[in-house]
Each structure stands twice: as structure tokens, then as C-alpha cells.
Design a protein around this ligand. Sequence first.
Ligand SMILES: CC(C)(COP(=O)(O)OP(=O)(O)OC[C@H]1O[C@@H](n2cnc3c(N)ncnc32)[C@H](O)[C@@H]1OP(=O)(O)O)[C@@H](O)C(=O)NCCC(=O)NCCS
Length: 309
Amino acid sequence: MTPTVRDFRPSDAKAVAELRRAVLPFLLSTPQGIAWEVATAPAAQRLRLFVAELDGRVVGAIRAVLLHDAGVPGQAAATPQVHPDHRGRGAGHALLTAAEDHLAAAGATRLYAWAVDGTGAPAFAERHGYRRTRQARFLRLDLKAAALPPLPTALPPGVRLHTGADVEADPRRLYEADAEAAADEPGDVPADALAYEDWLLRTWEHPHLDLDLTSVVTVDGEIASFTLAATDGRTRYSSAMTGTRRAFRGRGLARLAKTASLLRARDAGYTEAVTGNDAANAPMLAVNRAFGYRPCAGEWRYVRELRRD
Ligand SMILES: CC(C)(COP(=O)(O)OP(=O)(O)OC[C@H]1O[C@@H](n2cnc3c(N)ncnc32)[C@H](O)[C@@H]1OP(=O)(O)O)[C@@H](O)C(=O)NCCC(=O)NCCS
């Protein structure tokens, strides 16, 4: 039987979350997060989430989006995910074709995809005309066993620690810090055109974001550094972004923000922390390594140029 590809329906949320957990066990995937991601997608993203069915079951999915918060237009992303038990039956190919057709019609000229190292994904991407670019790593920390540093007994003059909830009344300054940091994150496509309304919807109101575990560091009242904390509400904590404004880097502030966040996460009962870093992000890797995070999987970024006929 050949796979059927169709658009996601809200009733697929649980199946897609289970599928993503099977394919990428180092990420947070919940039905609420997936339903929310589809329901609140900004129009400019042109998001379509396709699912592949075999024998009446959802066995694969692909999220096709324009990277609308990048300054350079025409860039897009789509990574097929097929359940390990149902590979080799054409679902990945059918999903990728649907995503590429949609994105090409939406004006994409360059497509990005991820492929997990040590699986069939890199060869699949290369067979489909994608070229390998950057490397990234998923990192994991056993929060129960981790020797987390204590918070300093005294903070440097002017430095204060807050939670995300403390800045809830006026998140715009946190958005500005996030936008500045995101533009500097190593990667293929700098997110250098992030609009406040999109950030509020996609980051601040994301159902995984935990404001009490999120940490914000101010220096003389100005937001200097932050760690956005996401959780699955059960056992797993994930870093949604850590950033330090350019003027404040190299002073240990990201380490301070993340220490406070990880300590609160452990106190709240979370047992596992996960994150993902570009292989060239030396400062973030240094911070994470010092907490005891260790690589648990690698992945490659792939790119394919689309011909404009
Ligand atoms: C990554 C980032 C958050 C670090 O912020 P920061 O406040 O400067 O970080 P800290 O000062 O707490 O710690 C930086 C560590 O990296 C180390 N470091 C800095 N540059 C380095 C380099 N090129 N190679 C190796 N280590 C480096 C520092 O020595 C320090 O470690 P140490 O305390 O053991 O000496 C900041 O550079 C940033 O906002 N980058 C852009 C956004 C980003 O990439 N975020 C991470 C997304 S996954």
C-alpha cells in the first residue's frame, strides 16, 4: 500500500506528538504544543503540517514553513519525520514532495532540512538533492544526578535575578533581548527579522514556556541576559533560548541565568534537561558543558536550492 499524504487535523495532535517523540526523543513534543503551533502560525509563515498515513495510521509528518523571521526572503524549512517502524515504504518521499511543492508555490527558493546523524536521514537527504552544511548537537543533562553550581551568595553590583513571571507585565524588553541574541546565534539563516507580535504568539505564549522557570538577569535595571525554559509539564525541561545582549557578554551572565533556571527546574521535580546547539556555538557549548550536559545525538543541516522555472 502506498502512503496517503494529507493536511494535519487537530485530531492528529496526539499521533504526531508520539511520532515526533519516537523520531526525536531529545525534543519536547506534546499534543498541545503541536495543535497550538498549527493554530497560531503567522500567515507569512505559510505553515502546512502534512501527515502521511499507512494502513489508516499516521506514520509520518512534515512541517513546511517559510522562514519569515529571516531578513532574506525565499528561505524555507521542512524535515520529514517517519516512525522507525514504518520506514522504507515511501512515506518520507511522499511527505517531502508535498512540502517542497507547497513551499515552491509559496515562493521559496532555498529549502533547509535536518538529518539525524547515524540514521538513514543523511543518505535520504542526499538522494533528494540536498547538500550538507552545518552540524548541530542535541545535549542532555540528568538533572537528578547533576552537580549544579549553587547561586552566588552575592551578585555583582547592579546585577539582579528575576523569573519570567516578574517581567510578564511588560515582556517587550525581553523580546528585544531575545531578538538581539537570536540574530547572533550561529546557523544558516539568522533570525534577524523577528516581529514583536510573532514573538509574543510563538515564544511568549507557547504552551511549553514556563515563566517561573524562565530566568532574567538585569544589570542596573536593563535586561542583560535570559534563559527561556520550556517543559512538557512532566519530567522534561528544555532550553527554549539562552541569550545575552551584546554589551553584556563574557561576564558569566548566561551561566547565572541558566544556573537559576536549572536549580528551580530541579526543585520543581524535572529530572531531565535537553537542549540543542550549533556545533560552532562555542560560548553556549562551554556554558552547557560546565553544567554537565553531554551530547546525545548529532544532526546535520541540509540545503537544496529550488529552480525557478
Ligand atoms: C551564548 C551566549 C548566550 C553566551 O552569553 P554570555 O553571557 O557571554 O556567557 P557567559 O559569560 O556566561 O559564559 C560564556 C562562556 O563561554 C566561553 N567562551 C566564550 N567564547 C568562547 C569561544 N570562542 N570558545 C570557547 N569558549 C568560549 C567563556 O569563556 C565562558 O566560559 P567560562 O565562564 O568557563 O570562561 C551569548 O554569546 C549569546 O547571546 N549568543 C547569541 C545567542 C545564542 O547563540 N544563544 C544560544 C542558542 S542555543
